[in-house]
Design a protein around this ligand. Structure first.
Ligand SMILES: Cc1cc2nc3c(=O)[nH]c(=O)nc-3n(C[C@H](O)[C@H](O)[C@H](O)COP(=O)(O)OP(=O)(O)OC[C@H]3O[C@@H](n4cnc5c(N)ncnc54)[C@H](O)[C@@H]3O)c2cc1C
Length: 577
């Protein structure tokens, strides 16, 4: 088989916000290749709607200190406060920089960057909601990604679009490069590099109902895990309160930021009971639980399993100017005009708080002792710095990708000179090709689609907003059975061109690995914190669980270690809103 070889000083996996922002730094000191299994601007970042947080104070008084406090409290005190402080203080220059790079932010009448309310963002340490999210109508991710992509093009970053990474090569605790398939013709490419930055995004596709794109399958995390590296805080997966009923497509929190309210089957604005101060703008974990509690107690709309997001009282001009995308979604997918009818919504799997453990400069950690893999970095949703702890606040993820994408790029750039060129050994490549051929030629009675469907359903039923020991145990067993059945899959497409059957089979293998880590980590954590709610342990337990989970693959199966949370200013307190 003909192998195509490439060398770049830095290879970046992923062309979302984190990948593009990192690339802009790295190109200053060397060559950069960005690999993306999608067309670059189709990365999930482009789907981000509502906003990017920064305490600019353009519309009302605000401060980065309040932003820090809100993020710490929103994280249910599991976020590392040193990293959170960096993010919230860096937010302000970051937005200015994005503006200078060409992001068309929406404006106030005076011409300043406009800001709106978002869940969990408050003024004066929780007193009332504050306008902190900068936005470009409800197409913020799209606006930012196109600007960053353009900047990459200007600077000579090389993009390999529709190249799917199938191996991240680490030898002797140092990165060597990556192996990828060119989706278009099935050819194999080896990329050797001094530095690899993983910016591969989230993995919401593990759940049945999700706001995430089809490509959000998380294989890069699993590739590291299978090589003995840890994954951090995987039990924390965020469900966004307002997914379109039956579809999971997101209706941005910006809709509530602009005045939208949630109502139950009795017509009550039920969030008044759960979060009397900030009501519908409480953090997502709380609102998702509130919606599902209403439904469980029979107060869904007409007793069914959804509630309404009501925007009828919001000025039509605001809907038109600031929420055009979701207005269109409602019309296309539900046949509803939100200015005339309420929108049926239910929580949807949305965001991975857990991921590849890194330090504040994106270095990938090998263990709880702070040791790292030479030359390997991670940033964006795939990484766990951890700024989001047990629950991410809305509009903090776009911020995280840009702030830590830049930091990872800077740190990577600074060690470029002293780093040695990676080498992907022939044996490693041969092994990968052999695995690929085996998968392609495997005979069996199972299909990728049926196993994936069962996995997604099982994760939805047993590991979503509410969890119990009994169900999590059943889930772990179910995943183990699915892993066995995976060995029996048969791929019908034998061609080389756009063989999505084969690529999806690879992704599914990794999804099964990640699902087992998520379920097992959730089983271990016998408390409720942020998005991880254990009905059998409904209280937060700081004495025993104020710590990050690190899951490792060993010969004995998944094992766990824990590392302390970094607390600087804000001592854990009861989380009231
Ligand atoms: C519908 C929706 C709305 C959102 N709205 C907001 C919002 O308003 N504000 C906010 O702060 N956050 C929002 N978020 C969250 C935020 O958009 C994401 O967390 C963030 O954009 C992730 O960016 P990223 O750069 O880490 O990854 P992504 O943008 O997901 O990019 C991942 C990249 O990795 C590549 N990749 C993955 N695996 C491979 C592989 N094996 N080989 C090659 N390439 C690979 C993909 O091709 C892609 O280029 C939203 C998320 C969703 C789903």
């Amino acid at each position: 088989m003909e192998i195509n070889k490439h060398y770049f000083d830095t290879i970046i996996i992923g062309s979302g916000l984190a990948g593009c922002r990192a690339a802009i730094e790295c190109i200053e000191n060397g060559t950069v290749g960005v690999l993306s299994k999608l067309y670059p601007t189709r990365s999930h970042s482009t789907a981000a709607q509502g906003g990017i947080g920064a305490a600019l104070g353009n519309e009302e008084e605000d401060s980065p200190e309040w932003h820090t406090y809100d993020t710490v409290k929103g994280s249910d005190f599991l976020g590392d406060q040193d990293a959170i402080e960096i993010m919230c203080y860096d937010a302000i220059p970051t937005i200015i920089e994005l503006e200078h790079m060409g992001v068309p932010f929406s404006r106030t009448v005076e011409g300043k960057i406009a800001q709106r309310r978002f869940g969990g963002h408050t003024r004066d340490f929780g007193k009332a909601p504050v306008r902190r999210a900068c936005y470009s109508a409800d197409r913020t991710g799209h606006a930012v990604l196109f600007a960053l992509y353009e900047q990459c093009q200007l600077r000579g970053v090389r993009f390999f679009q529709e190249f799917q990474v199938i191996d991240i090569v680490i030898e002797n605790q140092a990165i060597q490069g990556v192996i990828a398939i060119n989706i278009k013709d099935g050819s194999i490419h080896v990329f050797e590099a001094k530095i690899v930055i993983i910016a591969s995004g989230g993995y919401g596709k593990i759940f049945k109902v999700t706001s995430n794109a089809y490509a959000s399958t998380g294989e890069c995390l699993s590739m590291l895990f299978r090589q003995g590296l840890p994954l951090e805080d995987m039990e924390f997966f965020q469900f966004h309160p307002t997914g379109l009923y039956g579809l999971g497509i997101l209706i941005t929190e910006g809709a509530r930021g602009e005045g939208g309210i949630l109502i139950n089957g009795k017509g009550e604005r039920f969030m008044e009971r759960y979060a009397p101060t900030i009501k519908d703008l409480a953090p997502r974990d709380m609102v998702s639980r509130a919606i599902l509690s209403e439904i469980r107690e029979g107060r869904g709309i007409d007793g069914q399993d959804y509630v309404y997001l009501d925007l009828r009282h919001v000025d039509k001009k605001i809907l038109h100017e600031r929420l055009p995308e979701i207005t269109t979604f409602c019309k296309i997918y539900m046949g509803i005009d939100p200015s005339e009818a309420p929108i049926p919504v239910v929580p949807t799997a949305h965001y991975a708080m857990g991921g590849i453990p890194t330090d504040i400069d994106g270095r990938v950690l090998r263990d709880v002792d702070g040791s790292f893999v030479q030359g390997l970095f991670a940033a964006g949703e795939c990484a766990c710095v951890s700024v989001h702890g047990a629950n991410r606040l809305g509009c903090n993820s776009l911020l995280d990708t840009v702030v830590f994408g830049r930091r990872a790029g800077k740190a990577a750039s600074s060690i470029l000179k002293s780093s040695t060129k990676g080498k992907v050994k022939k044996e490693r490549l041969a092994l990968i090709i052999e695995c690929l051929e085996m998968l392609k030629n495997n005979k069996g009675k199972e299909t990728v689609a049926s196993i994936r469907k069962e996995l997604q359903q099982a994760m939805m039923d047993k590991c979503s907003v509410f969890r119990t020991e009994e169900e999590l145990k059943l889930l772990v067993d179910e995943i183990k059975t699915l892993k066995e059945r995976y060995k029996e899959i048969e791929i019908t497409d034998k061609s080389k061109t756009f063989n999505t059957d084969l690529l999806e089979a690879i992704e599914l293998g990794h999804m099964l690995t990640l699902a087992e880590v998520i379920a097992s980590s959730a089983l271990q954590r016998t408390e409720s914190r942020g998005a991880h709610y254990r009905e059998d342990y409904p209280k937060r337990d700081d004495e025993n669980w104020m710590k990050h989970t690190l899951a490792f693959q060993t010969e004995k199966g998944i094992t766990f270690k824990y590392k302390p949370v970094k607390i600087t200013r804000f001592k854990p307190e009861e989380r009231k809103y």
